[in-house]
Design a binder for this molecule. Structure first.
Ligand SMILES: NC(=O)N[C@@H](CC(=O)O)C(=O)O
Ligand SMILES: [Zn+2]
Ligand SMILES: [Zn+2]
Length: 433
């Protein structure tokens, strides 16, 4: 099985070249390569990047297969340019045991469109009281590398401290949903003038920042690493800078929606814009973009959060928080970071593939585009110009805040270990290869 990519710009750089992929590896890079019996992808002017890695995806299996499954979420991921995703543990039942984490990994491999790495829960049932059996999950078939109670904060400082100590002896990563719950009781929107005017209960920046600061100190003392999920405030960016300056091992992600949207979106009371942490102010968006550009914020993660129509199309305070992300992430990063000149395409490779792979320790992802390397690759058309329509997504759910927005760039093709998993809007199941 071989594939010839014709006329691509590797990392967006001139001159255009051909890339031949054979037997899962990059076999040749050069001009006018002989196609032989390879499938030819005419990709002139398209940008070749390492396959994207999403450290933060919700796939809802087991428990809410009416909103997303490992199969539908894998399709969304492949179409979005992803070759690896980390499926969060807040399923039903919670992924706090090796039975669930191994199921997630096995099912992902069966579907074969993207490597679905299970995230294990830090505490039993996301209850925040008792540590889950992290070592058992880490040594299962799913080889859990990341643990998170995402959806909930590990708010008890003693439990968090023990989790960090335990994680560093296991060599795994703890990812924290930074939200001090005492400061967000009943909160549904960013605490600020917009929420005050609209009569929505506010989620203050300090609820996030106080946990980021606390966990940086706990990681320092435990000699451990900590990863901050969905950073949303300018203050978090400042705290990350400070912590790095102290030599603390801290990493952080930002979502595409926090790079593009702010709380002015709430005017319509449409709960499609309700998310945790909430959409903040324009000054936060600006700080997050700058932080991502200068490396203070390590990477982009989608926090792809599918929800059923009945859980979104209701009173704002009752609606579930979260929005889709996998199929729009690259387009938004291109618009918010590449177009204004904050990142070049090499920078996109860094924040969407290389850094996330390094943070979680995936050896086969985020690799350089060189002969002999594993062909986990993504092709981007910078001039595709398309309009978002939720009902056309591979995701079962349709809760996108980007509905009717138009974007210039789009993923056209994804290859997982040399096999085309998505091309021109359609996925290819393993059996068709
Ligand atoms: N981001 C969200 O608003 N929702 C996530 C949970 C989470 O990421 O905190 C979900 O599971 O729906
Ligand atoms: Zn979260
Ligand atoms: Zn999440």
């Amino acid at each position: 099985m071989s594939v010839l990519l014709r006329g691509v710009l590797v990392y967006g750089e001139q001159p255009a070249t051909d890339v031949l992929i054979d037997d899962g590896l990059i076999a040749a890079i050069g001009t006018d390569l002989d196609a032989g019996d390879a499938e030819v992808v005419d990709a002139s002017g398209q940008i070749l990047l390492p396959g994207f890695v999403d450290l933060h995806t919700h796939l809802r299996e087991p428990g809410r297969e009416d909103t997303e499954t490992i199969e539908s979420g894998s399709a969304a991921a492949a179409l979005g340019g992803y070759t690896a995703v980390f499926a969060m543990a807040n399923t039903d039942p919670v992924a706090d045991s090796v039975v669930i984490t191994d199921h997630v990994w096995r099912r992902g491999q069966e579907v074969g469109l993207v490597d679905v790495h299970p995230v294990g829960a830090v505490t039993v049932g996301l209850g925040g009281k008792q540590l889950a059996e992290m070592a058992t999950m880490a040594s299962g078939i799913g080889k859990v590398k990341m643990f998170s109670d995402d959806g909930k904060c590990v708010d008890d400082p003693l439990i968090m401290r023990r989790a960090l100590e335990y994680s560093s002896s296991l060599g795994v990563l703890i990812a924290q949903h930074a939200e001090e719950p005492r400061l967000t009781v009943g909160a549904v929107a960013h605490e600020g003038p917009t929420a005050a005017r609209l009569g929505l209960a506010g989620w203050p920046r300090a609820a996030e920042e106080s946990i980021v600061a606390r966990d940086a100190l706990l990681a320092r003392d435990a000699g451990a690493r900590v990863h901050i999920c969905h950073a949303s405030t300018a203050g978090t960016v400042e705290l990350l800078k400070w912590a790095r300056g102290q030599g603390i091992s801290i990493s952080a992600e930002v979502t595409p929606h926090h790079l593009l949207l702010d709380d002015s979106r709430l005017e319509t009371y449409d709960a499609v814009n309700k998310v945790n942490p909430p959409l903040r102010e324009a000054s936060d968006v600006e700080a997050l973009r700058k932080g991502l550009a200068d490396g203070t914020v390590d990477c982009v993660a989608t926090d792809h959060a599918p929800h059923a129509e009945q859980d979104k199309c209701c009173e704002f305070s009752q609606a579930r928080p979260g929005m889709l992300g996998l199929e729009t992430a690259l387009s938004i990063v291109a618009q918010t970071m590449v177009e204004p000149g904050l990142l070049d395409w090499r920078g996109v490779a860094r924040v969407m593939s290389e850094r996330p792979a390094a943070i979680v320790g995936l050896a086969d992802q985020g690799r350089p585009i060189e002969i002999g390397e594993i062909a986990n690759l993504t092709l981007v058309d910078p001039d595709a110009s398309w309009t978002v329509e939720g009902k056309k997504f591979a995701s079962i759910s349709e809760n996108t805040p980007f509905e009717t927005m138009s974007f210039a760039a789009r993923v056209t093709t994804t290859l997982l270990r040399g096999r085309i998993t998505a091309r021109d809007g359609a996925v290819r199941a393993t059996t068709e290869a």
